[in-house]
Design a protein around this ligand. Structure first.
Ligand code: SF4
Length: 692
C-alpha cells in the first residue's frame, strides 16, 4: 500500500514542508511540498534525513524498550515498571529535598509543541518547580531576552518569505548555507532581485562569498562593531528622526554612549578597517528596507544579550520596523527551538511568554491546573553543573534531572564538568529515541517515538505553527513523548489523561492569548499560522511581520534603545593557549547527529569524525597538513582530531564542530555564561595545538 504524508522537516527552523512517501509501511523517499517557506525545494537533510525510521540501527542503537539501571547495568523492563520506578524515585527526591531539587528539559527537536507543553506542566504542577528549560539556553536565549527588552517580543520580526524582498540584508554571525539552506536560498533570491548583502563573520562563509561587503571580524568584538556602525549613522545624519521621536525611548542616553565608539576605536577591537565600518553603516542606513539576520555568532558569547539589544537599536535608529521585509531576524537553529520557548519550557515563563512571577497570570494557571504553583523563577539548564557540583548550600542542590530529547553529555560546554555532574546526580531520566552520551549515565531510559512516528505541531524560526504527522508505525515498544510524561504524572498522583495532541493543543491555546486563534483546523487549512494569532475565526490569519506601523509590544508601544561598554570574551588567548577556538556546524548533520548520523546518505557524506579548521599560515607554522592528527587542549580538557587547512579563516583562529563523539570540542569549551541569558560562550575560548 502506498501513501504520501505531508509533514514538516525536523532538521532546522526553516520549516520546510515535505512528503514522506510510504510503501508497505516503509518510507521510500521524501519529496518537497509547496510549503510557505520552501516552495517545493529541500536541502539534502530534507531529502535524505528519513531512513533511520526504516532501519533502527545504522550507527547507534535505537532505543526500543524501557530500561532501568540494575546493579550498574541498564536492563530492559516493561513500561509499567519503568513508569512506576521513575514516579517513585522522583517522589522520594521531592519529599526528601524539596521540589527545587529536580530539573527537567523540554525538547527542541521533532517531539512537537504538545510534548513541551505537557513537560513544563508536569514540572510545574506535579514536581512543583519552575526548573524547566530547553536547548534555547545554549543557543538563542539571548535573542529572546534582548529583543524582549528592546521591542517587547523575543522572536523574528519578519517572516522567512519576506527575506527575499529586503533591499539590504545584514547577515551577522550567521552561516545560513550550513545551518538553514532554504533561508540561504531566499538570501540568494534577494541578491538576484538587487539587494545589497553585508556579512559579518570571522570566516569566509558561503554567504561572505556572495556578499557586497564582508567584515571579517575578530571573534568576541561584536558589540564594538555594532556601536561603531551606530556612531557613523548618527554622526553622518542618517538616522530616521521622525521614527525615533514617535516610536522609541532612550535615544539621548543611547547617543551619549555611542559617541564613545568611533570606527577608529572599533577598528582596534574588531580588526576591521574604520572605512569599511563606515561603508557598512552607510549602506545599512540608506537602504529602503533592511533586515538583520543573526545566528549563534551573535548569541553564543558572554555579552550576547547586549549585542542583540545593539542590533535592535540599529534597526530602531534607521526606522527599519513597521512594514514587511525589514527588522530583526534571530534565525532559530533546531526545528522546534522556537516552539520550546513558545510552550513555556523556560524557567521564567508559562506558555505564551507569560511571566511566572506575575500573580494574576500564576493564578490563571493554578485555577486551570488545580494546583498551587511556585512563585520564583527556575534554574537555567546551563547552571546544572554548578547546582550539582559546586553549590555549598545543601538545600539548594539539584539531585535529579529529567532529560527529554536533549544530550547535555555532548552538547553542553565543558563536558568534563557536565559528566561529573551527571555522575553525581542521584537520579537521571533520559527520554529519547537513540542511546546517546547522556543516556549512558541514565538510571532510567524511556524510549520515545521519533519524528515521522507521531502527530503534533512545531514552530519554525519565523513563529510559524506547522503540523508534523505520523507516516509509519514505530519500531519497538515506544510511546509518544507527551504520553510518557502523562503516565509518569499520573503515577505521581496527578492524572493526565490526554487522548491526542489536539486535546493538549486546545488546553494550551485556552491559556495562551498569543496563540489562542491558531486552531488545528486553521493550521491544517492554511498550511501554517504565524503567531500572534488571537482570534479563532478564519478572519485572523496570524501575523506575517511584527511591530506593524512601528507599534512595539511594550505597554507604551515604544522600542527601547540600548548601548553599553564592550567587554572582551571571558577567556582570551595567552602564551600557553595561543589560539582561539569557536564551535561551528556541518551542513550534512543536525545537532548531535542522533537522527542524521543514522541516515545512510547523510552519514556517507561526512564519514570522518571531527576536524579542526585552521589557517594555512598556522598549518605551516605547526608543520601539519590536511588529515594529520592533532592534539587540541584547553584549560578544561584535551581531545584529538584531524587538521582541515582552509584559506577561509584568519591566523590564530580555529573552528571545530560539536557534532561528533570523537574529537568532541565541548571537552574544551568554556562554561562562561552571559549574565542575563545564562547562555555559554561557545564561540570563544583559548586553546593550544600539538602535532601528534
Ligand atoms: Fe529541512 Fe532545514 Fe533543509 Fe528545509 S532547510 S529541508 S527545514 S534542514
Amino acid at each position: 500500500m502506498k501513501k504520501k504524508v505531508l509533514t514538516t522537516c525536523p532538521y532546522c527552523g526553516s520549516g520546510c514542508q515535505l512528503y514522506l512517501n510510504v510503501e508497505d509501511g516503509k518510507i521510500v523517499s521524501a519529496t518537497p511540498a509547496d510549503g510557505r517557506t520552501n516552495q517545493e525545494t529541500l536541502c539534502l537533510k530534507g531529502h535524505y534525513g528519513w531512513d533511520y525510521l526504516n532501519d533502527p540501527q545504522i550507527l547507534t542503537k535505537r532505543l526500543t524498550k524501557p530500561q532501568i539501571r540494575k546493579n550498574g547495568k541498564l536492563e530492559d523492563v516493561e513500561w509499567d515498571e519503568a513508569i512506576s520506578y521513575t514516579a517513585q524515585r522522583l517522589s522520594e527526591i521531592k519529599t526528601k529535598y524539596g521540589s527545587d531539587s529536580i530539573i527537567g528539559t523540554g525538547c527542541a527537536r521533532g517531539s512537537g509543541n504538545e510534548a513541551n507543553y505537557v513537560m513544563q506542566k508536569f514540572m510545574r504542577a506535579v514536581i512543583g518547580t519552575n526548573n524547566v528549560d530547553h536547548c534555547a539556553r545554549v543557543c538563542h536565549a539571548p535573542s529572546v531576552s534582548g529583543l524582549a527588552y528592546s521591542l517587547g517580543s523575543g522572536a523574528m520580526s519578519l517572516s522567512i518569505p519576506e527575506i527575499e524582498d529586503a533591499k539590504l540584508l545584514l547577515i551577522f554571525g550567521y552561516n545560513p548555507a550550513e545551518s538553514h539552506p532554504i533561508v540561504a536560498r531566499r538570501i540568494i533570491k534577494a541578491k538576484q532581485k538587487g539587494a545589497k548583502i553585508i556579512v559579518v563573520d570571522p570566516r569566509i562563509t558561503e554567504s561572505a562569498r556572495i556578499a557586497d561587503l564582508h567584515l571579517q571580524i575578530k571573534g568576541g568584538s561584536n558589540l564594538a562593531l555594532v556601536q561603531a556602525m551606530a556612531n557613523v549613522i548618527i554622526l553622518e545624519g542618517l538616522v530616521d528622526h521622525p521614527f525615533i521621536e514617535d516610536h522609541t525611548s532612550g535615544y539621548e542616553e543611547y547617543k551619549k554612549q555611542i559617541e564613545k565608539y568611533p570606527p577608529e576605536y572599533a577598528q582596534s577591537i574588531c580588526h576591521i578597517p574604520a572605512d569599511t565600518i563606515r561603508q557598512a553603516a552607510r549602506q545599512y542606513a540608506k537602504a529602503d528596507s533592511a533586515a538583520i539576520l543573526w545566528g549563534m555568532g551573535v548569541t553564543q558569547f558572554g555579552q550576547a544579550v547586549d549585542v542583540v539589544k545593539g542590533l535592535a537599536s540599529l534597526a530602531l535608529l534607521t526606522g527599519n520596523f513597521g512594514g514587511p521585509s525589514m527588522g530583526v531576524g534571530p534565525v532559530r537553529g533546531q526545528n522546534n527551538v522556537q516552539g520550546g520557548c513558545d510552550m513555556g519550557a523556560l524557567p521564567n515563563c508559562y506558555p505564551g511568554y507569560q511571566d511566572v512571577t506575575d500573580d494574576i497570570i500564576r493564578e490563571k494557571f493554578e485555577k486551570a491546573w488545580g494546583v498551587r504553583l511556585s512563585k520564583k523563577n527556575g534554574i537555567p539548564l546551563t547552571q546544572v553543573p554548578q547546582y550539582v557540583l559546586h553549590e555549598k548550600d545543601e538545600k539548594k542542590k539539584i539531585r535529579a534531572y529529567y532529560i527529554f530529547g536533549e544530550d547535555p553529555g555532548q552538547s553542553d560546554p565543558d563536558l568534563n564538568d557536565m559528566r561529573k555532574a551527571l555522575d553525581a546526580l542521584e537520579f537521571v531520566v533520559v527520554q529519547d529515541i537513540y542511546m546517546n552520551k547522556t543516556g549512558l549515565k541514565a538510571d532510567v531510559i524511556l524510549p520515545a517515538t521519533a519524528w515521522g512516528e507521531h502527530e503534533g505541531v512545531c514552530t519554525c524560526a519565523d513563529r510559524g505553527f506547522q503540523r508534523i504527522r505520523k507516516a509509519v508505525e514505530p519500531k519497538g515498544d515506544l510511546k509518544p513523548d507527551w504520553e510518557i510524561i502523562s503516565l509518569v504524572s499520573t503515577a505521581m498522583g496527578y492524572p493526565m489523561s490526554y487522548k491526542n495532541t489536539k486535546e493538549i493543543w486546545d488546553e494550551m491555546r485556552s491559556l495562551s492569548p498569543l496563540f489562542f486563534g491558531a486552531t488545528y483546523e486553521k493550521i491544517e487549512k492554511m498550511g501554517g499560522v504565524l503567531w500572534p494569532c488571537k482570534d479563532e475565526s478564519m478572519a485572523d490569519k496570524g501575523t506575517m511581520y511584527l511591530h506593524k506601523d512601528g507599534v512595539f509590544a511594550h505597554l507604551d508601544g515604544k522600542g527601547k534603545f540600548f548601548a553599553t561598554e564592550w567587554r572582551a570574551p571571558g577567556e582570551i588567548e595567552s602564551k600557553e593557549y595561543p589560539f582561539s577556538l569557536s564551535t561551528v556546524r556541518e551542513v550534512g548533520h543536525y545537532s548531535v547527529r542522533t537522527m542524521t548520523g543514522n541516515c545512510r546518505t547523510l552519514s556517507n557524506l561526512e564519514d570522518e569524525p571531527g576536524w579542526i579548521q585552521m589557517s594555512l599560515f598556522d598549518c605551516e607554522k605547526l608543520k601539519v597538513k590536511e588529515g594529520d592528527l592533532i592534539r587540541v587542549s584547553s584549560k578544561r580538557g584535551t581531545t584529538i582530531t584531524r587538521v582541515k587547512p582552509t584559506e577561509r579563516v584568519k591566523a590564530g583562529a580555529t573552528y571545530m564542530t560539536y557534532q561528533w563523539w570523537v574529537g568532541a570540542c565541548n571537552d574544551l569549551t568554556v562554561p562562561y555564561l552571559d549574565p542575563v541569558s545564562n547562555t555559554p560562550e561557545s564561540k570563544y575560548c583559548a586553546i593550544k595545538l600539538e602535532k601528534i
